[in-house]
Design a binder for this molecule. Structure first.
Ligand code: ADP
Ligand code: MG
Length: 689
């Protein structure tokens, strides 16, 4: 039996279990072994009820008085019960887990692990996990320190644990994976991998679990960094069209702008124009907080490309944004042309799902009659061909998957790779830059254009709307300014308790009958969406009630207030993006984060209140969520960092040095077939190419 042995061949795995495992992509012994515990529970730390203190706790006791309460307003199901031991009793609740009411035997003892906290004026153990004491006692005292696996679809953690127990004798045979070169740290030695996996699945103490975690985290980091380095080497071998820098042209454009470029914009533009001159494809990420002015930097690079007789494509995640880019840049370029008729600015076209006469437009693109094409996914279809695509710009790159980026890049002429500029307002923390995005060059716009007003952010309980929010809205509307109101869902659905956008639009239209309230969401027809957005931009609509379709890029400088309803339902990056819709003009702006007022606001919301610095928030986000869901492929759940903690800079530095040394001789990797296969997977996921 080795790492590639199919799960079917494991003792105790019948065809039914095998199918369940396949469904969640667990096909081999290796896949199973790398399915690591979510957390460890230390039942040795259980305390008696009379000694309980608020926080994360383990209680040993019996449960009774279980019953279900339904709340009408939020359509929640609450399961309540009472846990007792010889010293006292406490209340426990679960939200939307009605099966809990029937799960327990009132005569038996369980360990309950959860958070003991004040809820509605009463101390309560909320949403505890539960384990039968008897199950642990069978394995003796050691079992008091337990790995907890997450329930993957239909596979019960207990089933999973049984399969692993059957594999236990095989652990000693797990082969080593990483090269033991001179730069490897001491703990990377023969047998370390087998030991780490064993310690992770069958730990006897917290120290065991940590030994396992450290090794596996190192392995993960090493693989990621090596994958990025190999990608970079492969990129260096490709050829791109060299697009020489014409200083005169760039100067003319810069001088005709209605504003002065910030220092950061100048530096980034310079980096990019230099990159475009090279015969090796540029692979650069332009990071800049919302409103930092990324578009004009991209436009200057696009102008240089067209000036050299080549084509540029800009890919945007939504039709609204693509249209706005097209209109803004077309106006800019045509304006410059009318002042300097001798300067030839790029000819432009917009290609979205709603574009009419697509066939003809695509012919013109294929014939090279259009220099600069701005579009959405509609650009990626097989029948969109370019004559000389030399430069691709991807706006809000984290919105696109690897496959989509690939499609665009493959539209270059044979044998040549286009230069690539990815833009993002979701900053990538430095630790991620060193690992997952190690193959990228990075430019940062860390300076906002002058005159921007700070955005005041406030967490507000829904019950305070009438007294505090509506008056603030009236005052702002009185000054002729506009408001975004963001809802999470379009219509009522079974499980989500968020207020739907349609319902909220109706309510606001009644409350604010003196102004026009508009409704915008993703299910509307493209032409309809464009019209609403256009009306909002022209101040024909004063309150725009919208789903997150306005999240990225949209620019309406007269909108100076944004209200995000059910704010707890959003991630930090998304909240920051949404807030970036306001504060784009020269007026003060505000952002309200509405909550249901139950419990203390989350750390995410409190961080939003404290800071408007996207780089700071990205670091915080990484700490709160882990890297798992933050970027690109990872957002799509393909790349799942299990163990590495990206704030562990020491481990990153060690892995980075070790991987760099190993990558110097790319041939060496052929001696490590398992490593090589694992890295291939990462290479596809991490590259922005
Ligand atoms: P983002 O980085 O979020 O994509 P945009 O490129 O949309 O930002 O720019 C936001 C706004 O700032 C636009 O209205 C743009 O015209 C304006 N802008 C960009 N650079 C400057 C500058 N140097 N000075 C003043 N305004 C600027
Ligand atoms: Mg933008």
């Amino acid at each position: 039996m080795d790492m590639s042995t199919p799960v079917e061949e494991i003792k105790g795995v019948g065809p039914k279990t095998a199918e369940l495992l396949h469904n969640v992509n667990l096909r081999t012994v290796g896949d199973l072994l790398y399915c690591l515990p979510r957390v460890y529970e230390n039942y040795q730390t259980s305390v008696t009820i009379e000694d309980l203190k608020p926080g994360n706790v383990v209680v040993r006791g019996k449960i009774s008085d279980l019953h279900i309460v339904r709340t009408a307003r939020r359509r929640l199901t609450i399961t309540e019960g009472v846990i007792r031991d010889e010293t006292g009793a406490i209340r426990t609740v679960w939200f939307n887990q009605p099966y809990r009411a029937k799960q327990f035997d009132p005569k038996r003892e369980y360990f309950f692990t959860g958070k003991y906290e004040l809820k509605h004026g009463r101390y309560t153990l909320t949403s505890p996990s539960a384990t039968l004491v008897q199950d642990l006692e069978q394995d003796g005292e050691a079992a008091r320190f337990q790995p907890i696996y997450s329930a993957k679809n239909a596979i019960k953690p207990q089933t999973f644990q049984k399969i692993l127990a059957n594999l236990r004798p095989e652990f000693a045979k797990i082969p080593d994976l990483l090269p033991f070169t001179t730069y490897a740290p001491d703990f990377i030695k023969s047998g370390a991998r087998a030991e780490a996996l064993y310690c992770s699945h069958f730990p006897e103490s917290p120290e065991d679990a940590e030994t396992g975690r450290r090794y596996l985290a190192y392995e993960e980091l090493f693989e990621l960094i090596l994958a990025a380095k190999l990608n970079q080497q492969e990129n260096q071998r490709l050829r791109a069209m060299s697009l020489p820098f014409d200083a005169g042209l760039i100067k003319e454009i810069v001088q005709s702008l209605p504003f002065r470029l910030t220092g950061a914009q100048r530096r980034s533009t310079w980096d990019i124009l230099q990159g475009l001159e090279k015969k090796v494809p540029m692979n650069r990420l332009l990071q800049g907080d919302v409103g930092s002015g990324k578009t004009i930097v991209a436009a200057l690079a696009a102008a240089q490309t067209a000036h050299n007789g080549c084509q540029v494509a800009l890919l945007a995640p939504t039709a609204i944004l693509a249209t706005q880019h097209y209109e803004g840049l077309n106006q800019l370029f045509r304006g410059i042309e009318s002042q300097n008729p001798q300067l030839k600015m790029p000819t432009m076209a917009l290609l979205t799902g709603a574009t009419r006469g697509k066939k003809r437009l695509k012919e013109e693109i294929a014939q090279g009659k259009i220099d600069f094409v701005i579009g959405t996914h509609a650009l990626l279809t097989d029948d969109t061909n370019f004559k000389s695509l030399a430069f691709c710009i991807i706006d809000e790159q984290h919105r696109f998957g690897v496959g989509q980026r690939q499609k665009l890049l493959l539209k270059s002429p044979d044998g040549l790779a286009p230069h690539l500029l990815s833009m993002t307002a979701t900053p990538i923390p430095r630790s991620l830059q060193l690992t997952i995005f190690g193959d990228l060059d990075v430019s940062i716009l860390n300076e906002l254009p002058p005159g921007r007003q700070p955005i005041v952010t406030k967490i507000l309980n829904e019950l305070q709307q009438k007294d505090e929010l509506y008056p603030a809205m009236r005052e702002l509307l009185g000054k002729g300014q506009q408001i975004y109101w963001i809802c999470q869902v379009i219509e009522e659905t079974g499980t989500n308790t968020a207020t739907p956008v349609k319902k909220q639009a109706k309510k606001l239209a009644e409350l604010f009958s003196q102004v026009k309230v508009g409704l915008l969401h993703g299910k509307m027809k493209p032409a309809e969406k464009d019209q609403i957005m256009e009306d909002f931009a022209q101040n024909k609509i004063q309150i725009l009630v919208s789903t997150t379709v306005v999240e990225v890029g949209v620019n309406v400088p007269n909108a100076n207030m944004i209200i995000i309803q059910d704010a707890e339902n959003y991630g930090l990056a998304q909240l920051h993006q949404l807030r970036g819709r306001v504060g784009r003009g020269d007026q003060p702006a505000s952002c309200y984060l509405l909550t249901d007022g139950e419990g203390r606001p989350s750390r995410r919301l409190r961080e939003m209140e404290k800071s408007t610095d996207g780089f700071h928030l990205a670091e915080v986000d990484l700490k709160i969520r882990g890297p798992g869901e933050i970027y690109g492929a990872m957002q799509h759940g393909e790349l799942n960092l299990q163990v590495a903690n990206l704030s562990d800079t020491k481990l990153i530095a060690e892995a980075s040095q070790h991987a760099a040394e190993f990558a110097k001789n790319p041939e060496a990797i052929t001696a490590y077939p398992e490593l090589s296969a694992r890295i291939k997977k990462y290479q596809q996921l991490t590259t922005l190419n």
